[in-house]
Structure formats: C-alpha cells, structure tokens
Design a protein around this ligand. Sequence first.
Ligand SMILES: [Zn+2]
Length: 222
Amino acid sequence: MILSSLFRPATARLHILFTSRGRLMSFLDWPIEHCQSGGRAGDTRRRKSASHLISLFARAFPQITYRLIWDSPLINAQAWRLGKGRNVYLYGGLVRHPVITRAGLAVALAHETGHHLGGQPRDPDMTWMSWQGQADYWAAHVGMPAVFGDSARTLTLRGARQIGNLERQLAGDMDEWASDLSPAVRLKIFSAGLRGEAMPTCAIDEFKKLSSSRLGVKTWAL
Ligand SMILES: [Zn+2]
C-alpha cells in the first residue's frame, strides 16, 4: 500500500499503518532532515511564510483542513482522509529545507489538495484520491490559479523546479529511492496543466504501468 504524498517512493515499505473506519492513515519510509533545526536563522520567517500559505489555501478550499506540523523532521507533505474529513499536512522538514522556498511550499500544498479534488484518474491503490500525476496536473491547472491568480504561473514553474531538484537530491542521498514519477515527467505535467494542454503521453504511460502492476488493470480515464 502506498500513501499519497509529495514524494512517493515506488519501493516504499509499509512501516506504520493506522486505520480508522477503514482509511489508510500513515506509513513512514519518507526522507527526514539529517539534523533538525534548533532555531536556525530564517526558521521564524519560513514558519510564518508556511502558515500564511496555509491560510490562503484554507480560504480558497474551505472543504480541506490544512495543518503545519512544524516539529516534524519529515521532508514531505501529505493528503489523507478520516471519515469524511479531508486533510492536508505540511511537515516541518520540507518547510525548512534549503532548496525549498515559498513557491515550492505552495506547489506542495496545491499538489496535496489535488489528491482530494483532482478527480480522475484515481490512484490504483487508494481510489479515494487522485493519482499522483493528476494531483500535479490539477495543482498547476486549478489549484495554484485559484489561490494566486495572475502570479500562479511564475510561482508554479519555480516551485515545480524546486520540488524536482529536491527529489533528485533525495534520490542521491537515499539508497533504493525510486519514485514512481520522475522529476522530468512531473515538470512536463505541471507545464501541461499550466497551459491547459492534455496530460503528456509520457505521464499516461506511467499511469498505465502503475495500473497494470496492480491486480486489476485500470484504463486511462481522464
Ligand atoms: Zn502526491
């Protein structure tokens, strides 16, 4: 079973599983900070910036509950459901990461929101949520413009590049890291979403591969 997140290792092992009313909640095979900040310069500014972003997203998407988990060393963000509640968590390790700025955090929040609101195609494993690539597409096409208006394009491109750079860095740091969508494919998805173009063929191919590796083969239905 795989959990929705900004970075989704294809080979992730399930370590912790907490369910409530049948919902998958959490697993930990995610990257964490090497040494957690103890009041590093700039932390206060980053924390304020993240909190402000969360307030913007909460205003645009009131059906989602957003939280900043500042004390967590996880370098990630997460979408999850509990009953009918739709949640997005942004973890401190991502907020404090040197390659991520406000733009990267905004794209991360838009991506996680896209897991809830992005529609078809859905994840082959967890059908309550939109597939990883669809969450990226929705983030660029709908989520970012809804929050940032005319500034969305610049912020999305900048943030998407930051997330790609971070994923490349994580892949270099962690053995056996293999994401189900490469940073290059994700950037193409973000670009297509910004322009309102169709989902790139390379992304559709990745979805088909993911679906066919599961028990029931699902067809592409965007
Ligand atoms: Zn995701």
